[in-house]
Design a protein around this ligand. Structure first.
Ligand code: KET
Length: 459
């Protein structure tokens, strides 16, 4: 981790001996404490309304924060004047022409919504659009899920995947007895920050083995096996970010048995349903295995990628409980988490999703468009692999075609990444992750040239 990223990370390793409220209070105190070089008199003389330049600002002590490790890549890309620049940083789908894509079915749904003059802009309830919540639960758990039929699931509309994780974290910090959450190494860079600020203590479990570029299954089982009973475990439902390495169904079954035997609580992050295999049901298998055993679990769902609704911020958070009665009470407490955070969620994105999911014809059109996106990503994997082979680039690049989902975890180190950005104007995260969805047949040769040069000159 670079020093910059490190300073951007919460100090989750030191936090676990405090209770969540202690930690939040001490964080607040840190934020509010007047720095030692400023005396109380300074703040009196620096009146907020004074117009004597920046030295007088009541915020003069605020230091420049580092850019986000993922979204900051786009900031750097936007500043680059090169016509050959290529953004493979953020996980956002692009067409063969390199353009963002609004799905046709989304356009159709929006048209329907605009044409419907009976629609108003009233506030949604605190937990969002009821129909959206019901349809989202069906999408992730399956229409026939006993948990849904028995009313044991509570689902609330949230601000995309991130907001769902954040609401889940805060609910757990308030109402669950074990506040430690185990996250895989590596994981999406926002996970430790979201969970720590939500009031949980973050610990890690082994996941990826750089030597095999595959799953460190033994390490995973050992680490979860020695986690305290009741601990929360964050699991990527499919298309693990950033590694593109998922457990097989047999391995998922072993993980499930271990977790249930130890009473570990699964918290699934499902940001890529449909993007891994092109099939919505297949990509929800891991979650459904845990729900089928009758045990409890939490799920954060995002429609950013699979419906291309990134900026609409539409997602759902579900808790599967043991009884309808518990689910009802849990939902009442989720409302208390959400109301002071953002009051209630936005209406437009959830209405698009509900319009598509409720209509058989539109749903089918969506699955076809989703499959086309997944297939294009898979074909980019093959094209890049072939291009590196054609160049005789040293190393085994078969992981490019074996990995799953939006990203390839290339194995390139941060110096090689910096070289590719400087010399080839290719932008990616410093851990060597590339978004395959940002690539096209036209840009594959440029990327292959850059990787070849980075490996041969910087290897
Ligand atoms: N979980 C995972 C695993 C994930 O990769 C993302 C986004 C999210 C949650 C949150 O997505 P949301 O837009 O809140 O629904 N990942 C990509 C974008 C980002 O970093 O914000 C990325 O890794 O590039």
């Amino acid at each position: 981790m670079s020093p910059q990223e490190e300073s951007d990370c919460p100090r989750f390793d030191q936090a676990h001996s405090f209770s969540s409220s202690d930690r939040r209070i001490s964080a607040l105190v840190r934020h509010l404490t007047v720095p030692t070089h400023a005396s109380p008199m300074d703040s009196i003389s620096a009146a907020p309304t004074s117009a004597f330049g920046t030295a007088d600002s009541v915020f003069a002590h605020v230091v420049q924060a580092p850019e986000d490790p993922i979204l900051g890549v786009t900031v750097a890309y936007n500043k680059d004047p090169s016509p050959n620049k290529l953004n493979l940083g953020v996980g956002a789908y692009r067409t063969e022409e390199g353009k963002p894509l609004v799905l046709n079915v989304v356009r159709r749904a929006e048209q329907q919504l605009v044409n419907d003059r009976s629609r108003v802009k009233e506030y949604l309830p605190i937990i969002g659009l009821a129909e959206f919540n019901k349809l989202s639960a069906k999408l992730i758990f399956g229409a026939e899920s006993p948990a849904i039929l028995e009313n044991r699931v509570t689902t609330v509309q949230c601000l995309s995947g991130t907001g769902s994780l954040r609401v889940g974290a805060e609910f757990l910090a308030r109402h669950y007895h074990e506040r430690t959450i185990y996250i895989p190494v590596p994981t999406w860079g926002n996970h430790p920050k979201v969970f720590t600020l939500g009031g949980l203590s973050v610990k890690t479990y082994r996941y990826y083995d750089p030597a095999t570029r595959g799953l460190n299954f033994q390490g995973l089982l050992e680490d979860l096996g020695s986690a305290p009973s009741g601990a929360i475990v964050l699991l990527h439902a499919c298309a693990h970010n950033p590694t593109g390495v998922d457990p097989t169904l047999e391995q998922w079954e072993q993980i499930r048995q271990l977790m249930r035997s130890k009473g570990l609580l699964p918290f699934f992050d499902s940001a890529y349903q449909g993007f891994a295999s092109g099939r919505l049901d297949a990509d929800a298998q891991s979650i459904r295995m845990f729900v089928a055993d009758g045990g409890e679990c939490l799920v954060a769902q995002s429609y950013a990628k699979n419906m291309g609704l990134y900026g609409e911020r539409v997602g759902a958070f579900s808790i599967v409980c043991k009884s309808a009665d518990v689910a009802r009470r849990v939902e009442s407490q989720l409302k208390l988490v959400i109301r002071p955070m953002y009051s209630n969620p936005p209406i437009h994105g959830a209405s698009i999703v509900a319009t598509i999911l409720r209509d058989r014809d539109m749903y089918n059109e969506w699955t076809v468009e989703l499959k086309a996106m997944a297939d294009r990503i898979i074909s980019m994997r093959h094209e890049l692999f072939d291009a590196l082979r054609a160049r005789g680039t040293p190393g085994d690049w078969s992981h490019i075609i074996k990995q799953i989902g939006m990203f390839t975890f290339t194995g390139l180190n941060s110096e090689q990444v910096a070289f590719m950005t400087k010399e080839y104007h290719i932008y990616m995260t410093s851990d060597g992750r590339i978004s395959m969805a940002g690539l096209s047949s036209r840009t594959v040769p440029h990327l292959a040239d850059a990787i070849h040069a980075a490996v041969t000159r910087m290897g």
